[in-house]
Design a protein around this ligand. Sequence first.
Ligand SMILES: NC(=O)c1ccc[n+]([C@@H]2O[C@H](COP(=O)([O-])OP(=O)(O)OC[C@H]3O[C@@H](n4cnc5c(N)ncnc54)[C@H](OP(=O)(O)O)[C@@H]3O)[C@@H](O)[C@H]2O)c1
Length: 249
Amino acid sequence: MEYALITGATSGIGKEFAFALGEKGINLILTGRRKDKLEEIRKNLENKYGILVQLVIGEFSDLEVIDEVLNIAKEKKIMYLINNVGYGNKLKFFEETFEENLKMVNVHIESLLKIIYFLVPTMTNGYIINVSSLASFLPTKYNHMYVSTKIFISNFTRCLSYELKDKNIKVKCLCPGFVETDFHREMDVSFKSKYTFMKPKKVIKYTMKNLENNKVILIPGVLNKVVYLFFKIAPSILTDYILSNQSKL
Ligand SMILES: NC(=O)c1ccc[n+]([C@@H]2O[C@H](COP(=O)([O-])OP(=O)(O)OC[C@H]3O[C@@H](n4cnc5c(N)ncnc54)[C@H](OP(=O)(O)O)[C@@H]3O)[C@@H](O)[C@H]2O)c1
């Protein structure tokens, strides 16, 4: 029986992946902290698609929770590993406590590395999708820990794709721009109306369509692609100018 492990599946991108893979008859291991929401998602998926859904509820900066995820996943034939868990932070490094800064490293990087290191050797074939962000490629003087941990994910995923290229495992780094999810629930409406938000369904449709090709970095949406390419070739004098004139989102 084939399984997908999706971290951060309570809402947004992770939840949408769960429904897209459930529809294909793939059994699921889902993680998150909001127990009631996850239980409801489990019920919906099981009733709709007749699949098995297992939950791991817990805080991802706690390594015991990651061990619990691994213990369950290692017993299964994992076809899809989707490292999606993530959250935002708008503060600068010194505006935040040291512990909060470190927590983002634990949740975004340490958990992802541990899951990949101990789970991927048990996979014979399938897909790894690490969720990073378009923001990881853009100049910014805010959200230090967010963009820095996400660029680690983008670069690490690129390296991993080379290391695994002779195995039957496709490695992808999904880098969305703004997506309409719970990620921005703390932000006000004026913020949302200022920027173009994609629906999670569209992001997942694009990702699933690109699973078989050799692209590693996946940027959904035409506008996001233009932004990505622009900053890839923009001279540093221009990015420095943008940085010095940047206001908080
Ligand atoms: N939305 C965007 O604009 C956007 C853009 C680029 C990249 N992304 C990335 O996309 C990924 C998914 O985010 P989303 O937009 O779908 O947001 P979301 O709706 O807020 O979903 C985030 C998921 O991660 C889980 N999570 C967050 N912090 C956690 C922690 N400390 N411990 C355990 N679980 C935790 C949440 O669980 P609970 O809710 O149960 O706590 C939830 O299931 C993230 O990696 C994010 O960085 C999002």
